[in-house]
Ligand binder design. Structure first.
Ligand SMILES: *Cc1c(COP(=O)(O)O)cnc(C)c1O
Length: 458
């Protein structure tokens, strides 16, 4: 059988593939790269073009592509078995990885429930929390309300959409979702116009306390993206906010779910974001970077307190009746173990530190730019918010697709980016070498300048 030509691939892509989070009508005219291979921090398309992977293949890649240690670990496992179930059976890689995750994550998290994506890790956490209250002893309760931060993103299954609130993604499903209660996001850029920054942040701390306190008796759990709300536009929370939420939820015995799907595995400078505020959540979700971004494995970690509520004779019906077919896939777990080993071996967290400082330095010239509303950064998570006017803040119209135009301008220069609306996102892999991080920043700045100049001319 001969391989299809590039022309055929493009035709079939347009004819048969429905891409996620992609406006298909526009996509079909765009001739997006068809990625055939990857090496280090570069992606290669079927036409032989090389692109720097500026978003870690959607926030998950850690050590680069084609890393020999990870490839070998997968191959070795492939030589044994590709998949066997965790429903009532086990496998060495899933056992070893669970032990490792308990060791690495904040104290108190002692049990690992596997799934296969960030969304399913969150979905599991929500269902575990809900069921926990009904089975906890000595005093079971029915609690059905979930607390959230406004503008949250926790994934795309209906439970995780219910605890999210990004208007563009979520509004259409409104009537399908369960009820939640939310606290304002403590990120000051889009605050009500009449409030000063400090005043707004104080308001957010107070509101968190008020809303949680008022709903304490019904609250099944409070879910939060620790330190950074990713999909909302890389919104960085002020110091102390996560700890504040932990203190209030602890006071009322409300389980705290830390969604570390995006921020985990080095992205914000520490292995997990919770460490920076010494927060110990009751449930924690990890996915994207868990396997080094190689394969779809996710996990929901839980405390003994929660796990114990599910223990009883089988006929008591307290089992967690939930699980996905490919849960704890052995190839994925083998990749995760190899990736975790590389963190120490290659001193990845030191590299994150160096690269974060470099990014801040390189982007400094944009800080005063008339069309840059704000640059937000925590470690390697960077959002550059483009605005039509700075004072008062006026956004570009959505028809202008300004963020998307920057992506196209960067692509011409051999760099892959993907924006969140008008926010240009840079998310280099934690292991990316300094020169490439510099190149990423340079190209992002050039692309922004080009697009802003062209929009001004129109
Ligand atoms: C990406 C993401 C998810 C969803 O993960 P998927 O693997 O895409 O299902 C959940 N929570 C956060 C914070 C994320 O960034």
């Amino acid at each position: 059988m001969t391989s299809p030509t590039t022309k055929q691939l493009r035709q079939w892509d347009n004819e048969y593939v429905w891409h996620p989070f992609t406006a298909m009508q526009a996509y079909r005219d765009e001739q997006a790269p068809i990625i055939e291979s990857g090496e280090g921090f570069y992606l290669f398309d079927v036409e032989g073009q090389r692109y720097l992977d500026g978003i870690s293949s959607l926030w998950c890649n850690v050590h680069g592509h084609g890393v020999p240690e990870i490839d070998d670990a997968i191959r070795e496992q492939l030589g044994r078995i590709s998949h066997s179930t965790l429903l009532g059976l086990s496998s060495p890689p899933s056992i070893e990885l669970a032990q490792k995750l308990v060791e690495l994550t904040p104290p108190g998290l002692t049990k690992v429930f596997y799934s296969d994506s960030g969304s399913t890790a969150v979905e599991s956490a929500l269902k575990i929390a809900y069921q926990y209250h009904q089975q906890k002893s000595p005093s079971p309760e029915t609690r059905r309300l979930f607390g959230t931060v406004s503008g949250a993103y926790h994934g795309d299954t209906i439970g995780s959409v219910s605890v999210g609130s990004i208007e563009l993604f979520h509004t259409v499903y409104g009537k399908l979702l369960f009820e939640t209660v939310s606290v304002p996001s403590p990120a000051a850029f889009h605050r009500p116009g009449n409030m000063r920054e400090g005043e707004y942040l104080r308001h957010c701390f107070t509101e968190a306390e008020r809303v949680i306190t008022q709903n304490a008796n019904q609250m099944a759990a409070f879910i939060i993206e620790p330190l950074v709300q990713g999909a909302a536009g890389i919104l960085v929370h002020p110091d102390g906010y996560l700890k504040h939420v932990r203190e209030i939820t602890s006071r009322f015995g409300i389980p705290l779910i830390a969604d570390e799907v995006a921020v985990g595995f080095g992205r914000t400078g520490t292995m997990f974001a919770c460490e920076q505020e010494e927060v110990e959540p009751d449930l924690m979700c990890v996915a994207k970077g868990l396997t080094g971004g190689y394969l779809p494995v996710a996990a929901t970690l839980a405390t003994d307190e929660i796990y114990d509520a599910f223990l009883d004779v089988p006929s008591a019906g307290k089992t967690f009746f939930h699980g996905h077919t490919f849960t704890g896939n052995p190839l994925g777990c083998a990749a995760a173990l190899a990736s975790i080993k590389l963190f120490d071996q290659n001193r990845i967290l030191d590299r994150v530190q160096i690269n974060s400082e470099l990014i801040a330095e390189k982007l400094r010239p944009l800080v005063e730019h008339p069309h840059v509303g704000e640059i937000r950064q925590k470690g390697l998570m960077v959002g550059i918010e483009l605005v039509a006017h700075r004072d008062p803040v006026t956004c570009y119209s959505s028809e202008q697709r300004i963020g998307h135009l920057v992506t196209l301008a960067a692509r011409k220069r051999g760099v892959i980016l993907r924006p969140l609306g008008d926010v240009v996102v840079l998310m280099p892999a934690p292991a990316m070498p300094t020169e490439l991080v510099e190149k990423l920043c340079d190209v992002a700045i050039e692309a922004i300048e080009e697009v802003i100049a062209s929009v001004r001319l129109n």
